[in-house]
Design a protein around this ligand. Sequence first.
Ligand code: ZN
Length: 445
Amino acid sequence: MLHTPERGTLEYLPGALVVCNAEGLIEAVHPQSAPQAAVIAARHAEHGSLVVLAEGQYLLPGLIDLHVHAPQWPQLGQALDEPLEVWLQKYTYPLEARYADAGFAAAVYESLVDALLANGTTTAVYYGTVHLAATMRLADICLSRSQRALVGRVAMDDPTQCPANYRDATAASGEADTRAFIDYVRGMPGNAGAFVEPVITPRFIPACSDDLLRRLGNLARESGCYVQTHCSESDWEHRFVQDRCGLNDSAALERYGLLSRRTILAHGNFIDDEDLGRIVRAGAGIAHCPLSNVYFSDAIFPLRHVLERGMHVGLGTDIAGGASPSILDNARHAVIASRRLEAGVDPRLSRERRGRASSRIDALTAFWLATAGGGIALDKPLGVFAPGYAFDAMVVEGDVAGSNLSIEAPDTPETILQKIVYTAARSNIREVYVAGRLVHGRAET
Ligand SMILES: [Zn+2]
């Protein structure tokens, strides 16, 4: 068992016994040397509820993806040479408009949820589309596949920014459909424990009228729902909000009532120190999407700077702005991006002037972001093996066909985790559990 309970802290407990209760929560973690471990293990073996990992297998916390656009799954890897505003208008909105067909939506969403589970993502924070029926199907599929999920029906109504065939007709109808979606998800049979939760989802300020943003802010207060949106992502988006609102995104969102402990902001690349203070005070979380940022953000998110100031940060794939469904891919890209920021990129500048000092993070921090960091951003007991936390986990194994991950006997726990972060592929993830239930893997029935 290998996890990062605190940022910068690795705990390795070989042969540990993790006891999970019927609700899918961890009851206890017993090191192999604990006297009661063998007795408890024997009792579970008798009841057929003991799972023993094979030699060379490691139990790690499941991965948390704080930012996924589910409808963009079919365009993974497409048109990434375009700027954000062109990519949205020319490719993304026309694709998302097709989700008026709930049958098309269901097929795509089943494929996506399966792919994310196979990549070890046990919790995902999804954007759907403006379509109520299609987004309901996404919530249904997460529940039936047992993927812990937060799902948002996208709200966007500004006719100058959104195509006529793909937007809320009015601010009032955008609010009404959001309310209907919240009621649906909260009332889904089998969802009593809020395994799938609704998220109020104004796409981003440029796509929404002031009226809609105000209505959704009020709804957030009234319903207690999570909120997700984009924040200071690119030069274009950041300036657009400054020109329209006379404020940066974080200040504008606060004014609309959309910034709280239950808010997840995607990107945040252009936040200044005032934004940083505001987001930290609110307790909101950032979905850092390092791969997508390469294509659409124009700059590198100052990850270490914000972490050291107490901001809650986890990772997001930003499918399809990022062309990988893997949070492990994004963990390694978070390291790469931070190293680029520290070293700088223009060789014509002297070494001293090229980069931004003290910006790098290491693999341990990247894995913490992918697990415990995401849990903190969501204010949920996720990403750590400790009593009271959800038993969301993946079994990783080296030296399997189709992978480059090779774990050797003398490897230290730090080396094992580094190798997993930097080289593990989907094929190394042998089993995935959510709330104690096997959802992907060899023994799947
Ligand atoms: Zn996004």
